[in-house]
Design a protein around this ligand. Sequence first.
Ligand SMILES: *Cc1c(COP(=O)(O)O)cnc(C)c1O
Ligand SMILES: [Zn+2]
Length: 415
Amino acid sequence: MKQKFSHYECSICGANYNPGEVTYTCPKDGGNLNVILDYAALNKNLTPDKFMDIPEASLWRYINLLPVEDPGGFATPLHRAGWTPVYQPKRLAKKLGLKHLWIKDESPNPTASFKDRASAIVVARAQEIDAEVIVAASTGNAGAALAGMAAAIGAKAVIFAPKTAPPAKIAQLIVFGAQVLLVDGNYDQAFDLSIEATQNFGWYNRNTGYNPFTAEGKKTAAFEIWEQVIRGLPENEKPLTIFIPVGDGNIISGVHKGFKDLQALGWLPNMPRIIGVQSEGSAAIANTFHQGDEDIKPVQATTLADSISVDLPRDGVRAVRAARDTGGTYITVPDSAILEAIAELGQVGIFAEPAASTAYAGLVKALEEAIVQPEDPVLVLSTGSGLKDVKAAMQAVAAAPVIEPNLEAVKKVLQ
Ligand SMILES: *Cc1c(COP(=O)(O)O)cnc(C)c1O
Ligand SMILES: [Zn+2]
């Protein structure tokens, strides 16, 4: 089969591998593999206008820069992943004192989180290599996304999730018909177990920071930000600053990869500044960034933002570089600020889960610390829906009063 990418390149040792030679990480050092496209060949045929001129309201509009063929599944959820809206909440911008603020909301994805982008591409790849069973370890969203995308085209999925995952996410897994295994342990233990099972049963593994194609799906958010926001910025404007919540570090690496693809084609004059945001209770990558090296040391994660609760990030090195190589930084926020951010975003009609609101909490702190200036154009990536974790949402706001069913009681409350 003709492959749509040129080779893999190890992010640690730089070794190159042919498409058929490896499947997951670098055999020498376990480094994450970058999927490298043939940019010279692409440049011959493709222009930005041609690239954008595909009438498809999903990430498949970017088929020309994806390393897989279109998997079909038209008029199914697989063809609705991506192409999420960017909002310009003027009231919020004014309150923060920002000239330009965009929020890219990932909750309209078919399974209500950013993870659909990665799972769509992995499901396509699985079809190409004739993999029958796709497996993932997940704190919830990656599994729900894989289960949903697989269900859309009748593929089989096996999901390992910590038994403590929010009930809504577990419900999604089961409703989508995946084989669900709830692990009496944390995400990191579910991750290791899923790899063992993959090797034992000959499955195809989607794990974040392990399968090189997840970042290729996630990079489509960068293409959208470029098409929806960056191309419209006045030329003399400062580069866009983007806030991204970080757990394993695969979203931030994937978004960085998308911008690097555009840069390699000469279509991106100014690399955006990428700022990663972590919870103080799960800050392995931020710690490494601020130590100034790439040596990721595990933590004991304790944050209520389950989607970014990770002891040992699986894509930490590339995640450090995404901020370092773009003039960005890492910011950590307490869980209290993450909850406040849920309430703030709610005020402009955006319902975020804790991991998603973490990015906004990072923006608030960046303004306090003058890491961002009022005239900087800013985009916040809100990665998943608040419906995923209603318990956390209720912690973020005051409870509603319960009243007797009469007008007197209404008057009393409204006083
Ligand atoms: C997975 C996830 C993240 C973090 O992505 P990483 O690749 O693990 O850094 C952030 N927000 C949500 C909603 C997620 O599901
Ligand atoms: Zn290597």
